[in-house]
Every structure is written in structure tokens, then in C-alpha cells.
Unconditional design. Sequence first.
Lengths: 392, 306
Amino acid sequence: MSKTIGLSGDEAAAYAAKQSKVDVVAAYPITPQTIIVERFSEYVANGEVETEFICVESEHSAMSACIGASLTGARVFTATCSQGLALMHEMLYIASGLRCPIVMAVTNRALSAPINIHCDHSDMMGSRDCGWIQVFCENIQEVYDWIIQAFKLSEDLNVLLPTAVNFDGFTISHSMEDVKVLKDEEIEKFLSIRKVKYKLDPNEPMTFGALTLPDYYFEVKRQQEEAMRRAYEKYISVVKEYEKLSGRSYNYLHEFMLDDAETVIVCLGSTAGLVRQVAKKLRNEGKKVGVLKPWLFRPFPSKEVFKALENVKSLAVLDRTLSFGAPLGPLCSDVVATLFNEEKAIPVVNIVYGLGGREVTPGEIEEVFNLGLKAAKTGEIEERIKFVGVRE
Amino acid sequence: MYALKDLPKEELFSPGHRLCAGCAQPTSVRMITKVLRGPTVIVSTTGCLEVSSSIYPHTAWRAPWVHVAFENGAAVASGIEAAFKAFKKKGAIDEKVDVIAICGDGGTYDIGIQAISGALERGDDFVYICHDNEAYMNTGIQRSGATPKGAATTTSPAGTKIPGKPEWKKDFIGICIAHGIEYAATATPAYWGDYLMKVRKAIEVDGPAVINVLTPCPLGWRHEPKDSIKIARLAVLTRYFPIYEYEKGKYKLNIKVPKPLPVEEFLKAQGRFRHLFKPEFKKDLEEIKHYVEEKWNRILRLCSET
């Protein structure tokens, strides 16, 4: 039995971490993540958690402390975004390389310069290759559900990789929503306490973080990639188990009206809701459009993406980041590589949108769909990368 | 004070590590591990000690040991300490586990000082020991905030115009004390009884404690490997490196040096200061001697020894 409470995205993240009975939180405030650390501080101050909360002096130290705690065997949570994630960048690679199953909420926010506090995905995409499992949430319920599922996935002994739970800054972090929350004991049963095979233990001394030279480094990194593959497999059993508990069903992808779609928009995060709304309108007008939203971005669910897009004639892939000088943005690159590997050649337009919190309108999305429909007919696109919503 | 016969025979830092002959660091580590209170986790930052003690698949550590990065020894220690605290709160463990960070001067005086400052301000319960060999030795002898004025390093070379590092050494222990911590001290393996006593005292402190340990580096200081301890002793006997401690608001001079040897005795023993004895740099040598005297007098005043 679940109950429904009103929570903002940030509050939902803090609430889920609290219910996950995390041992250690080390975090540093940054807009729009601040409410997460504020709420958690209140839990600590009111004795609602047994968590050790380290109010560190920087994000770099936040992740450093998280790594130390995680290697000691603790369940660890943190949160950041934007400049904070960038400052952590070095530590992100170490967290995954030392196989620390840390869970981190990332309230996606643009990177400076110019400084901006609003949403885009340049922060996470800037650390795309850091070896973390990466999920993107569309709404506040998903934030709550994913924080809990992330612990289950990360801490699996065959996975042992950290997870970044991404949700759009302000759009999700600061909106209020009715969130169905589980009972503490339900989550306790779902997660149990963290099982640890290797840890900093005075009874069984081990060396962590050894210097690893050309004779072994490559193998260590290869094993890390194997863990990513295992995470990909484990993922589905985690969401199925969670579905039994919560009644909410997740998968690699959220598919919307794909069956006979001629053109599809692929996008991450909160934008998907708007895109679906526009798709519904166009469907009523008889236009065959669909929407594909990956929940899981790393490891990238190529197999499922191809299956979902097998019959479409054109695609528009939305990147809320700019990969300067690159042929395509990060999400579009992955989708195009997936299609190429399956020898499926269709017109794909990469839409760059919403940087620094720029609103994207239903009209703009409709234009993108129309562009896709045109490309589906002609088999051609005019420009590979199109900027939507910017003054040229 | 410890007597040799009281110390455990067990070595937690084993032979076979790749530190240079004459390096004072393994000596220091062995001393630290002789006076542990109980279960202990050791953290090291990137540096000579880390690269030489942990080349995969080998390790010199018989204690639980972790290296994460260069600038975060204190933050990693905080995380470990927090985890053990949480386990104890939840009843998962009974014993107190001590956390000791052993880090170099580059990772301490320079790139790691923010993380140290944060951990000291928070009052996290761990011991921070800085192996101070007064430069970035691991990367090939570059100057750090711990490098003394006049020392030649590869980034503060003894040129024809500029005789080594132009700036004075940072007062790291002073910075730590300014955080309001309970215990801070200087030490050197040359005075092992004093050093062991300080390590144990630091462990017993309920909160952060810091020790800055002068650890000669034959390669960077340019002296014979056999002379490391001798040079560490000269640093003390010339008053170049005062051995003192700060405990609950009180300073104490642990090694009194009533009849100091000339500072030149310490400087002359090392290649890194050789240029200071050229006639054109006489003024610089005098400045350094004056600085050593001033610093000594300042420490004496703090210790109420005047």
C-alpha cells in the first residue's frame, strides 16, 4: 500500500534517499539541487535518519568522501549539478573505477560561461564517459522511483557501478507533484542492507586504489565495461521487481505511438511529456508520429532502441546540450550509431534545443515533427543539426 | 615516551616497496604503524609513497589502505570515518576504527589544503600526517608551498639571477591551529621517541589532529641516502625545523636547542642549497639565516620559552 504526498523533485530525491536508509551523505549545495541537501539536513537535525551527513566544503570533496565511505561498505548518496558536477569530474571516474555503488541525483543545469542556473544537459553530457550508469527522469514520480531502483542496480555485486539519476533543473527539481511513495519497510525489503564483498576492513586488510601500470590497467578498464554490460542485463530485473512492489512499470525505453510511426522524436527527460502531447495532437490530425524516451542512457540500450525504431522512416533526435564541433550531439550520435550498426539508413535530424533553460514550445516541437514527416517522404533532410528556439 | 622494547615486532608496512634508498618516508610509516591504538584504516594521496607502495598486483600494506587522488586525502578520510560512525550507530560494528591520512606536502600545503581545511572545520575524527619533503618529489622535484626559500627545484632552479625559490615556506601547522583544532605538531623520524608519542597523542584526540613530519628526500635534497636521518637531525639542531606541539590551546617546545649549530651546517649538507654559498647570493643566505632565527623566536614566544 502506498500513500500519495506532494513533493518537489528535490524533495522526492531526498525522501527516497532517506527511505533507502543511506549510511552516508556527503554533499555541497548548488542551485537547483539545494533543496535536496536542505531536506536531508532536516532529517538529520530531527533524528529521522541514522545517516552520517558530511557537509563538505566542495563538490570535489563531496565525491571524495562518498568514495571513501563507499569503499568502507556504506550505502552512499549525494547530489549535485552543473559546475558542481564539473568540479567532481575527476572523482566521477575514480568512483566508477574503484567500483563504488554511489547514487547521485543530478538536477541538470547548464554549464558556465556565461553563468546560468537553468536546465540543460551539458553537465551530465560533459561527464558522459565517466563510467556511471545514467538514467534520465521525466517527472517527480520517476525521480523518487529511480533513486530507489538505482541503489538496487548499483549495489548488485555483479554490477558495482555508481548511478547518476538525472532530472531537469527547476522544471523537475522545483515543481510540485503528487508522488506515490512506498512504505519504509517495503523499501527495506526491496533494498535490504548493502552486501559488500571487498571493503576497507581492519579484520581483512586490503589495498584499494593501487597504481596500475600498462601491464594491468587495460584489463581493469575492460572489466569495468563488462560491469556496464552486466548492469544492462540486471537493469531489467530491477525494474520488474520494482514494478511488483510499486505497480509502476519501467523499462529501457518509454515508447509512445511507435507502431506505425513514420517519424519519431527521441528525447530525454522532462521534454518527453511535451513532445507526447504534441504527438497526440498530430495523431488526431492523422499524422503518423511517435515519441521514444530512453530512461537509461548509460549503458545505452542500443538493442531496444533499434527494435523500437526498426520501421520508422525518419528521426529527429533532441539534444539539450551542444557538443561543439562534433558531427552530432551525444544522444543523436548514439542513436545514429545504433541505426548504422544495423545497416538502417534513414534521414536523421539532430535538434539542439533548450540551452540554459530556454523554453521549448509546442509549436516548435510540431515544426520538428513536420520536418521529420517531410524527411520521411522525401528521404532527405536539409541540415543535420538544427537549432530550435534560438535567435539566429 | 616509548622504549624500543615496548614496540610491536609486527610490521604493517612490508619490505619490497619501491621507495628510494634513504627515503625517510618508509621509516616514518613504520613508526606510525608501531603505535596504532587499534583497528585502523590508512589513506594516502597520490605521491611517492602511494606509487611506490602499491604497484598492482603488489602491495606493501598489511593494513587496510586506500589511495583515491592527489588533493583529497582529508575528504576521503572524512568519508571513511563517517561510514564507520554510521555502522557503529546502526550497531553493525562495536569497535572504534581509527583513520590516518599520510600525505605528501604537495597534496597538503597546495592542492589538498581546501579539503584539509574543510575536514578540520567540521571536526572530523582522523589524524592527518604530512610527509613534508619540501617539494613535489614524485613528479621530479618541483617547488611546492612547503619548499623553503632558496631551495633549488626544477621549477625554482638556482639561476644566475634568482637563487632557487624566492618565497618563504607556508606555515601549514599555523594554518591548522587557526582552525581551532585540539592537537597539531611538528616531528621528524630523527627524534623517533618524540614522533611516536605525537602520533599516539594525535590518534587519541577526539577530532582532527595534524602532524607535519620533515622527511628528507635524498634525490630532491641532493644528499647521500645514508644521511637522511642525520640531515633531519641537523634541521632540528640548527633550529631550521622547530619541533613543537600544540595541545588544547598550549604550545610546547619538545626539542630544546640551547646551543644551535650554524644554519649553514644544515644547508651545506644538501645540494639544493649549494648555490647559496656563492658570493653573489650572500645576501640571500643572510636573509634565510635571519628568517630561521625569527621563526625560532616566534615559536619560543608561543611556547612561553622566552
